[in-house]
Design a protein around this ligand. Sequence first.
Ligand code: DAH
Length: 358
Amino acid sequence: MKLDELDNLKKQALKEILASKDGKSLENLRVKFLGRKGGELTKILRTLKDLPIVEKRKIGPAANALREELEQAFKQKLKELLTSNPQLPTNLDITMPGKKIAVGHLHPLTLVENEIREIFKALNFSVVEGPEAETEHYNFDALNIPKDHPARDMWDTFWLKQETRDKKQETSKKNNTPHVADRLLLRTHTSPVQVRYMETHQPPFQIIVPGRVFRYEATDASHEINFYQVEGLMVGKDITLANFKYVIQEFFSRLFKKTVAIRLRPSYFPFVEPGLEVDVQCVKCGGKGCNVCKESGWLEVMGAGMVHPNVFEAAHYNPRDLQGFAFGLGLERIAMIKYNIPDIRLFYSGDLRFIKQF
Ligand code: DAH
């Protein structure tokens, strides 16, 4: 009698398990048959104690075996449901808010550099790079900055100690033999790449040179000991300041996404003649005067000029055949204007509250 009951229970349970369509209904079935309070099989097991001992000995093991069989059947069915529909685990609550995945992002200086690269590439400039550890020759001499000229003080320099080179120079000094090797330094600007490029290429060409530079000086809100520049150089038979004006006006208008006026002021850099300082009309107030442009209406953004004949000569060009313009801008300064950043030191602070805003 009891055995029949067990048998019927088994048939019914297996049938329903097999037919169940999802995790929730399967769990309901498990409670219905095996639940500790009021489960069908549990009910049968509870009545065992009232049976005669012979019956107990028969029914007991059979009931336990059935429990195991059903547990196995539930496990098996759950596995099937999960593999056939893996996106829907049994306890999935599709109304729960999702987890936001933190995606990495680029540093503001990288963003601005990338943008500058793209603008110049669209204007048919090539992008080239040069070494950060540079020789005295390329950083100064070839740029028409002679050894003892006061103009050299415009660039406070980190000199690199080079045991063997320095020793050789000592001995060559003592023995009065000619100067053997160039001293090494951390480049103070990207201008040396002008000469390096001209030594290995023939005009006409136009290049920009983004890169890291170093200055041995006190830091403040607008000075860092390491920062980034973008150098520009365009050389050909008849390149003039008019070409420079067009390129640079176009560049700044694309960078600031509106037509901006520019202004050229005479200035001095040893490697250009004439030398210029370039201002753009303040992008914040449009020239009326505000805190960004210190009420002047203009922002100083780059040094520039027409390549000095001595620089062409250092690159083994004939200055009579060629003309060119060059410019150099500070990447941080541009980023500070573009994103309204008040202090250059923020770029290198590693402060996530700053970095995460870009
Ligand atoms: N190299 C200069 C500096 O670091 C910037 C500069 C000025 C670059 C005039 C040029 C230029 O190419 O023509 O201060």
